[in-house]
Design a protein around this ligand. Sequence first.
Ligand SMILES: Nc1ncnc2c1ncn2[C@@H]1O[C@H](COP(=O)(O)OP(=O)(O)OP(=O)(O)O)[C@@H](O)[C@H]1O
Ligand SMILES: Cc1cn([C@H]2C[C@H](O)[C@@H](COP(=O)(O)O)O2)c(=O)[nH]c1=O
Length: 212
Amino acid sequence: MSDLPNGKFITLEGGEGVGKSTNLRFITQWLTEQGIPFIQTREPGGTPLAEQLRNLLLEKREEGVDPTAELLMVFAARAQHLQRVILPALAEGKWVICDRFTDATYAYQGGGRELDSNLIAQLEQTVQGDLRPDQVLLLDVDPEIGLQRAASTGEADRFESEQIHFFNKVRAAYLDRAHSDPDRYAVIDASVPLEQVQENLAVALGKIASAL
Ligand SMILES: Nc1ncnc2c1ncn2[C@@H]1O[C@H](COP(=O)(O)OP(=O)(O)OP(=O)(O)O)[C@@H](O)[C@H]1O
Ligand SMILES: Cc1cn([C@H]2C[C@H](O)[C@@H](COP(=O)(O)O)O2)c(=O)[nH]c1=O
């Protein structure tokens, strides 16, 4: 966790089409209304180099991508993003709202690709030291519903083109992590109408803000 005075590291997680982009707009509006200084960023990405790595990761390619190569690319992007963007913002006392972080690695590369979670934990410690999100907002919905929603927003990328079995494993890995540390994870049911999702998000954000 960040042990900085006011900066909070908040991540938004979930499978495909859970509504991250839609709800990020709600979260940033909420923070603006509360007068809380923040930055919004995303993974993979968040710096020019990390965005290039994101494009490489999301592009469909004929040769396929070795899961360990995928894992290392995700952490290469993360190292750059942390040093250039996340840590400086936290040091300035800002809230960092990050669209995905290392929970996505445990879910996609650990759950989906079935890579050893000890290897992920080693890379996490090497790249992040003791930094972990203060709060993870996990949007949860059955992947059947999420994929239908995602299909309405454009062409499928390399991850979105996986089979349903992959996304069921991703969801299970996210929920396992959330259940193992309930104070740090807020699981938000994203199957309900948007207004209800956002009411629940506002409650979770209010709790974080009141803990300052
Ligand atoms: N609770 C909800 N109920 C019904 N539709 C929703 C809900 N939340 C989001 N949607 C719709 O689902 C679609 C996908 O949402 P959104 O783009 O926010 O998902 P996402 O998880 O951010 O996906 P991506 O990362 O690909 O942008 C959009 O059309 C959005 O309006
Ligand atoms: C951080 C991170 C991301 N991914 C995957 C998960 C998604 O399919 C894409 C990012 O696209 P989105 O716009 O956020 O949906 O990248 C991953 O596999 N591992 C990670 O650590």
